[in-house]
Design a protein. Structure first.
Length: 155
């Protein structure tokens, strides 16, 4: 997974969907990923989905859209990156793109959690959680844990 990395963030703000964004009808495993993201959003009704940000850095203007954002928890905003299968790229995206942009706009510290249906060999065992409270506690310490959730029941 490739995503842009923020270099020397100069400005960021909430934005509308970028004009160049085109909604795509997903099929196969991509559709399953979208359905999983919808299930996570339904399990966390307090979370915001579909929030766009525009930012400016050394690479010029850019847009990003975190999967889910939880409102303030212990003085922090929590960004959730939802993946069917956990991967290193998800942590990179949280740390190097979403976290600096969201912190700039919200003016509070941000934490990040990867929510994954499946774990992989890339999942650090010491960052693996089975419930949201443990993941929130771990994220508060600056780590990017993986919340392993099968898509059923409560988080």
């Amino acid at each position: 997974m490739k995503s842009r990395i923020v270099h020397n963030l100069q400005r960021a703000e909430f934005a509308k969907q970028p004009p160049s964004f085109r909604a795509v009808h997903r099929r196969g495993t991509r559709r399953e990923g979208t359905k999983y993201e919808e299930a996570v959003a339904a399990a966390l009704p307090a979370a915001s989905r579909g929030v766009w940000f525009k930012y400016w850095d050394d690479n010029g203007p850019g847009y990003c859209q975190p999967d889910l954002i939880l409102p303030y928890h212990n003085g922090r905003v929590v960004i959730l990156e939802v993946k069917r299968t956990d991967c290193v790229g998800a942590r990179r995206q949280l740390e190097k793109l979403y976290k600096p942009v969201v912190e700039y706009v919200c003016k509070v510290p941000a934490s990040g959690i990867v929510v994954a249906k499946y774990v992989s060999s890339e999942t650090p065992v010491d960052l693996l959680c089975n419930n949201l409270l443990d993941a929130l506690e771990m994220a508060k310490g600056g780590q990017f844990p993986t919340l392993h959730w099968n898509g059923k029941g409560t988080l």
